[in-house]
Design a protein around this ligand. Structure first.
Ligand code: SF4
Length: 223
């Protein structure tokens, strides 16, 4: 939890002429990374992967944080309209193929963004689950972009202490028992030990694919 080191790293990328971007889901704890970045450079573009399935509380939290921190937030949408994300009965993809739904709505929009940048900053932390424990602080993706995870070694306690110290606002759904907040159809309140509990409850799925295998999904587009 070395803020100076993060500052130094980002400044060095910028001195080296690297083009930086960050992503944020504006859920519980997201504000930590956003606050750190806002104190380094408010102009780093921060992409919100807007699936169209977020809780209204997340959208209002995003707007509140954007104003509070003065950061540059850009909504990123899927290129595939929702009418083309259904089966013959009109059911949306998340009801029968959540991996492909995550691919079209989350992974693919970021993949399309990558050629414009050199470094992708995101808030993955090793303490979040066993998959994220295997992530490195800096990691090349298959798209040849460098992922930088400045908060990788931050514990849940570190995040809480940081938020308390700077008196940062919490996501409104935390008070209703949500620990990790993604799309509304795939998120439930939870009381387990993992900070990712409540995502895709009752399924084996634990990740959307953005943070698996270096940044790209193995799912093929146009399936
Ligand atoms: S979290 Fe659920 S609704 Fe959101 S993109 Fe993934 S499957 Fe679709």
């Amino acid at each position: 939890m070395d803020i100076q080191r993060i500052h130094h790293k980002i400044s060095q990328y910028q001195k080296d002429g690297k083009r930086l971007f960050a992503t944020s889901s504006f859920q519980t704890n997201s504000i930590t990374l956003l606050h750190v970045l806002s104190r380094i450079d408010k102009d780093i573009p921060i992409y919100f992967i807007n699936t169209g399935f977020h809780f209204p509380e997340t959208i209002s939290y995003k707007e509140k944080i954007t104003r509070l921190l003065g950061i540059r937030v850009i909504d990123l949408f899927s290129h595939v309209p929702k009418v083309m994300q259904t089966n013959a009965s009109g059911d949306l993809l998340f009801t029968f193929d959540p991996d492909y739904c995550c691919y079209l709505n989350k992974v693919q929009p970021v993949e399309k963004l990558m050629p414009q940048f050199d470094v992708w900053i995101n808030g993955v932390r090793a303490a979040q689950n066993h998959i994220r424990k295997g992530v490195q602080e800096e990691q090349k993706t298959r798209d040849n972009i460098l992922r930088y995870h400045p908060l990788l070694d931050w514990t849940n306690e570190n995040v809480m202490a940081y938020m308390k110290y700077y008196d940062l606002p919490v996501h409104p759904l935390e008070a209703k028992g949500y620990k990790s907040i993604g799309c509304e159809p795939c998120t439930r309140p939870a009381n387990g030990d993992s900070s990712r509990d409540g995502r895709w409850a009752g399924m084996k799925k634990t990740e959307c694919g953005l943070h698996l295998g270096g940044g790209s999904s193995k799912v093929e587009a146009g399936r």
